[in-house]
Write a protein that binds this ligand. Sequence first.
Ligand SMILES: Cc1cc2nc3c(=O)[nH]c(=O)nc-3n(C[C@H](O)[C@H](O)[C@H](O)COP(=O)(O)OP(=O)(O)OC[C@H]3O[C@@H](n4cnc5c(N)ncnc54)[C@H](O)[C@@H]3O)c2cc1C
Length: 303
Amino acid sequence: MIYDAIIVGGGPAGLNAAVVLGRCKRKILVFDSGKYRNSYSSGLHNYLSRDGILPKDFLELAREEVTALGISILPQLVTTATKTADDHFTVHVDHAISYTAKILLLATGVKDRLPEVPGIEEYYGISVHHCPYCDGWEERDKKMVLYSKHINGFGMAVSLKTWSADVTLLTDGKMYLSGKQRSTLAHYNINVIQKPVASVQGTSGRLQSVSFSDGQILECDTLFFTDNYEQHCGLVTDLQCSLNSKGVVRTNNVQQTNIEGLYVAGDASKDMHLVVVAAAQGAKAGIAINKSLQLRERPLFPV
Ligand SMILES: Cc1cc2nc3c(=O)[nH]c(=O)nc-3n(C[C@H](O)[C@H](O)[C@H](O)COP(=O)(O)OP(=O)(O)OC[C@H]3O[C@@H](n4cnc5c(N)ncnc54)[C@H](O)[C@@H]3O)c2cc1C
């Protein structure tokens, strides 16, 4: 059997595409390995009508809508994907089982690299965050630290002043700030600590302090870190998608990649990393995929 489309990834991007395509009566299959990006989050924000919902509950509601349309969501990891000589796409879930479709949508997301600070996982999603648009409101006016070792944290440190007057930039031993940046940070009352970070302390997921290698302790309530992520899986590179300098896939405005018939939506593609944006990209990809199938089925000849 050849499906109209296969969707790899059952997060907001993949599931919204599935809803659109299901409502177009398309034969589709969704694969999802279940390791969605915001699984650590203690509440989803910036999505109208769902503020504070747990990501697992949000996804459960979304899956119910998809399966009500008769679409199967297979809880399996897609290990390889190839474009065939007849311009179809074949995906493999293990060495023996493969599925083929006319169109492939990758909505596989990205995964975050947490700062390499002992014990930090305990606080992730509760008082340690990467996105102030997602969690800055809940942490507003608290003592904030920004951990930024591998990326110059200058811009984000200034940005965090929108949410709190008390911001300290930690570079964990790196000396990347220019003289101009240091004086600008001082001008905005942003403290900078360049000493190596040793550990973090707190209780029940709430951070209380950061310790440095020389024994100094800095009290704080919340820690943000600069975006440090990579593609969730290797399918986009296996299929030779064009990536930008941040490692996400370049697409046109309806999520079509440089490869005919291959679409990428959500965090794996360029744009802002928010649930509502991922879902919107999935919806756009769904409509574009249906239109492309319509053109193959009933080509419009000049009249
Ligand atoms: C801690 C945290 C908090 C956040 N808070 C917010 C918030 O409050 N508001 C907000 O708007 N955004 C928030 N975000 C961002 C949000 O999580 C992402 O923008 C959103 O999840 C992107 O959706 P997606 O569908 O592109 O990817 P994901 O949600 O990551 O879903 C991708 C899915 O694809 C699956 N997958 C990957 N590879 C394969 C494969 N080879 N085979 C099968 N399945 C595969 C994964 O297992 C996963 O289930 C937060 C992120 C983090 C890390």
